[in-house]
Design a protein around this ligand. Structure first.
Ligand code: TYM
Length: 335
């Protein structure tokens, strides 16, 4: 049922709100070709989304939409195992066991927990605190070697490695210790209105974020308004010119050109021309994805069939690891 000759890759996204250009360039775009080298598993991380209060009707719809976006971006569910985290109970089961091998101290150091606790200070729930443990369970269940993520997830990858090594030190080689894969460009897409903070789904300023479902005019308008410095030179310098550097990064991630080549291409041109070019390049990149997404949304039957089939595979593969973990820690299984 699985291809033993290939190494395993695992990743996923939360099923909350619309995806951003950051999610796309930092993660999704890099996933599409990975199946050539890896056996790939991608989850719709709906359990993680529960750490923030969700409207149930909207949440259900968003979760299916995220699956459709994965497929529209080019993740073929015939080749990749694209499934729902909450449909595979081994995730929650392993997360509990791993909770017992994770320290309060290391979880309190997670910057994402600190950020989210500040943003949602009326709902600092235990799930928010143990979020990285569920993420570790996701990855370790599939014995993943590689985890492609954006830069903001590095700390979660490090704790995953620590938990895996701690467990292996006690019980022998149970888990593969995974490596993070960070793309050369696009791993840290910044807000268009404040280039010193990350582009995020939950930004209150709609001009700060490009959503994958934004139409062409909206995308171009948002890039035209992007905050830059008062200088005129198109030069890559994150400290001195964070706004322009972010746009260079985005253009480079979309076109595949190096940052040096981008600077040469726009040498002597003004910010206005450059912003327009970035907006057009992003819109061109997203148009086919959006068309396919609209088609897929009309084909609920196809999407649901893909989900059911891939859930089954994820269950089968993850159960193998869970059985081993249960045996190692001494939980009684009666055959
Ligand atoms: P989530 O949904 O917050 O983000 C999904 C992916 O998008 C990347 N990303 C960005 N990359 C570049 N620039 C940005 N502005 C930007 N914003 C988001 C994230 O780094 C991520 O790769 N905890 C994960 C979901 C998850 C997961 C896992 C990932 C749950 N279990 C197991 C990998 C393996 C998350 O918060 O994703």
């Amino acid at each position: 049922m699985s291809d033993d000759s290939k190494k395993v890759l695992y990743s996923g996204m939360q099923a909350t709100g619309s995806l951003t250009l950051g999610n796309y360039l930092g993660a999704l775009k890099n996933w599409v070709k990975m199946h050539e080298e890896y056996e790939c598993f991608y989850g719709v991380m709906d359990l993680h989304s529960l750490t923030v209060r969700q409207d149930p009707v909207q949440f259900r719809a968003n979760s299916r939409k995220l699956y459709a976006l994965y497929v529209a971006a080019g993740l073929d569910p015939e080749i990749n195992c694209v499934y729902f985290q909450s449909h595979v109970s081994s995730h929650a089961e392993l997360a509990w066991i791993l909770n017992c091998f994770t320290y309060m101290g290391e979880l309190s150091r997670m910057t994402q927990f600190k950020d989210k606790a500040q943003k949602h200070n009326d709902n600092i729930n235990a799930g928010l605190f143990t979020y990285p443990v569920l993420m570790a369970a996701d990855i370790l269940l599939y014995q993943a070697h590689l985890v492609p993520v954006g830069h903001d997830q590095m700390q979660h990858l490090e704790i995953t490695r620590d938990i895996a090594e701690r467990f292996n030190n006690i019980y022998g080689d149970v888990f593969v210790v995974p490596e993070a894969y960070i793309g050369k460009q696009g791993a840290r897409v910044m807000s268009l209105s404040d280039p010193c903070s990350k582009m995020s789904k939950s930004d209150e300023n709609v001009n700060a974020t490009i959503y994958l479902t934004d139409d062409r005019d909206t995308i171009i308008r948002k890039f035209k308004r992007a905050v830059t410095d008062s200088d005129t030179e198109i030069r890559y310098d994150i400290d001195e010119k964070p706004g322009i550097s972010n746009l260079i990064d985005i253009y480079s991630a979309v076109t595949g050109k190096s940052t040096d080549d981008v600077c040469m291409e726009f040498n002597g041109k003004g910010y206005g021309d450059f912003k327009l070019a970035v907006g057009e390049a992003v819109a061109d990149e997203l148009t086919p994805l959006q068309k396919r997404y609209e088609e897929l949304l009309k084909d609920k039957k196809y999407i649901d069939e893909c989900i059911l089939r891939n859930d089954e595979k994820a269950r089968y593969v993850s159960q193998k690891t869970l059985r081993k973990v249960r045996r190692k820690v001494g939980l009684l299984d009666i055959k």
